[in-house]
Design a protein around this ligand. Structure first.
Ligand code: FES
Length: 343
């Protein structure tokens, strides 16, 4: 089977979508809801392309013999921009305080498409009656901010309803609450999230709606405290994940040096899977004794994707940091040093 994309012929397989073919052939199409391995739901409408004079979502459009597709035109860009602006409208002004600032897929696209004006948000002086105010109040009344579970922070204000978390959760803990324009992604009856905390939902969330839970300010203080001896235990095979997170922030490849630059005094790399418990236990006991360090002055961090360990901290382990949180530390330190983090 052959299809034509931007006047060039490509071979396609029967089950492929237009987006699949474009990705395989390196033709860039913006996506927000689409995620490798998850069902395609055509929610964000950013992957629009032109087929037979109509704009269609390429993530669900099946490729078939003779199909002709255009991926870039003024009309396509205009439609993508409007859809992006609608999603962005809910977010305007919140980036500066968001944990995912500079690591957010929506923000990246808004920058790429140069979204600067907020046509869909009433500004000062534009709210003329109680109706608009009631609408805004009503929208806010359904916002769910949940920090009561031990591992994941939820903020539905930053959610774009892309359904990635709903589709990826193996325990089916997320779904849609309310109906129509009132819809919000949440837990059944908006109960506190109670799951095995595998962290997959945070991995796929394109914005700051689902993030790692931690006392970030305290972590930064601990790392900056010269009286504290901070030890980072790097989980088996976590390095690649960290580098993937920070590739847009820094080109730095020497993880150990990068962590030392962040304020860690000692970095221990685990050589085997699931070998952390004993090694972590030894740090405040045997290692502290050997190095003549008061164990009370030690802060032990486990850098791992196993975010469920955040709920299992004890006297031997003070913090569990995910690869995303390391990236956040890098981002903030870089900002502080105005990009002078070269090692
Ligand atoms: S990726 Fe196709 S609609 Fe979102």
């Amino acid at each position: 089977m052959n299809i034509k994309i931007n006047n060039k012929i490509y071979k396609v397989k029967e089950w492929e979508t237009v987006l699949d073919v474009c990705r395989r052939e390196g033709i860039r199409i913006p996506t927000l809801c689409g995620f490798e391995g998850l069902p395609r739901e055509a929610v964000c409408r950013l992957c629009l392309v032109e087929i037979g004079g109509r704009l269609v979502a390429s993530c669900t459009a099946k490729a078939f013999d003779g199909l002709e597709i255009i991926t870039e035109s003024d009309d396509i860009n205009k439609a993508r921009r409007i859809n992006l602006e609608l999603l962005w409208a809910d977010h305007a002004g919140k980036c500066a305080t968001c944990k995912k600032n500079k690591m957010c897929e929506l923000q990246r696209l808004a920058e790429e498409y140069k979204i600067e004006n907020f046509h869909f948000i009433p500004r000062k002086g534009e709210i003329t009656g109680c109706e608009e105010l009631d609408l805004i109040r009503d929208n806010w009344s359904r916002v769910v901010v949940e920090n009561e579970n031990p591992c994941i922070s939820r903020n539905s204000e930053l959610c774009i309803e892309c359904k990635r978390c709903i589709n990826i959760c193996p325990e089916k803990k997320f779904g849609f609450n309310h109906r129509g324009s009132d819809i919000v992604v949440g837990t059944p009856y908006e109960k506190v999230l109670d799951c095995s905390f595998c962290g997959k939902c945070i991995e796929v969330c394109p914005t700051g709606a689902l993030t790692d839970k931690n006392d970030y300010v305290k972590i930064v203080e601990e790392l900056d405290n010269l009286k504290k001896f901070s030890v980072a235990v790097l989980d088996f095979a976590i390095t690649e994940k960290i580098l993937k997170q920070i590739e847009n922030i820094t080109q730095e490849k020497k993880i150990e040096k990068l962590l030392i630059r962040l304020g860690f005094e000692k970095v221990i790399q685990l050589e085997k899977e699931n070998s952390e418990d004993e090694i972590i236990k030894n740090i405040k006991t045997e290692y502290a004794k050997q190095e003549k360090i008061n164990s009370n002055d030690m802060v032990v961090f486990f850098i791992s994707s196993k975010i469920y360990k955040k709920a299992k901290k004890d006297n031997y382990l003070d913090y569990v940091l995910s690869e995303r949180e390391v990236a956040r530390l890098v981002r903030d330190k870089e900002k502080m040093r105005e990009g002078k983090i070269k090692i």
